[in-house]
Design a protein around this ligand. Sequence first.
Ligand SMILES: Nc1ncnc2c1ncn2[C@@H]1O[C@H](COP(=O)(O)OP(=O)(O)OP(=O)(O)O)[C@@H](O)[C@H]1O
Ligand SMILES: [Mg+2]
Length: 289
Amino acid sequence: MSDNKTQNGGTAEKGPGQLPELVKFRNVTKVFGSGPNARTAIQDVTFTVHDEPGSGELIAIVGPSGCGKSTVLRIIAGLEPHFPPTAGEVFVCGKPICKPGADRGVVDQKYSLLPHLTVLENIAFGLKLRGVSRRERLDRAREWAKKVGLEGAERSYPHELSGGMQQRVAIAATLILEPRILLMDEPFGALDPKIRMQMQALLIDLWREQQSTVFIVTHAVEEAVYLGDRVFRMAAKPGRLVEVLSVPRPDVPPEVMRKQPWFMEMTQDLLHRLEADAPATGALNGVKG
Ligand SMILES: Nc1ncnc2c1ncn2[C@@H]1O[C@H](COP(=O)(O)OP(=O)(O)OP(=O)(O)O)[C@@H](O)[C@H]1O
Ligand SMILES: [Mg+2]
């Protein structure tokens, strides 16, 4: 594991006028299997996300199936078998990571709710593991149920909820723990377009309030451009980062923004580039080390 080589190589250092580095990938490669069965999930991925005071960055990751989007997210989360990478260095808050931590929260497409617990108990579950008293954790869970629009459903069980409601429980259950870095893997993939737009707007509100840094993987280019401060475009075979696109922050609801000319142009152009896929050796557009 190459991280071991860099115990003293933390990158929290900041030059004059520079922000500290929150997440840094330096030439990260992940190969699954070996010999003739070896499969390169990601190759030589390099990027830095800075710790912006008062408002974390929202990074949207797009790319074709199999290009390594989940691999990047799971490496940041410190989750096996994607973590540790085969080569390269990964830093979170300036330190090499070695396992999952309370500074990183994961929401994936499968919602991961506990079926035998109510909405409130699901939202409060992480606080229970942290030893927070029953009264306090249920009070805080009630606040979060309200924030994500689940007032009145607190005593329901997951199987009694729609997909959109389950997803809101999962988001509340993660955000209540106040992770510094929120990692979301296609969180809205299973939702219908209307609920999906409501969830996008909700995510923006919660993100502004909590000021965490968010990585969100999505197949929807419009969603990426709406949500992202930066859009990371990946390409496949091997999985790699081929473009980093900076986008204005959303200041209007998604249904308004998607009708604005600059937005339509940006999403169309991005879609074309995704379809064309950059050549493996192409120059990295806007990628900073
Ligand atoms: N546990 C694993 N064992 C072996 N190969 C894996 C494993 N996980 C991922 N891979 C391979 O690594 C590559 C990248 O996978 P990854 O899941 O990161 O892609 P993705 O961009 O998230 O795809 P999708 O959009 O379909 O979710 C793929 O070729 C995949 O087959
Ligand atoms: Mg994936």
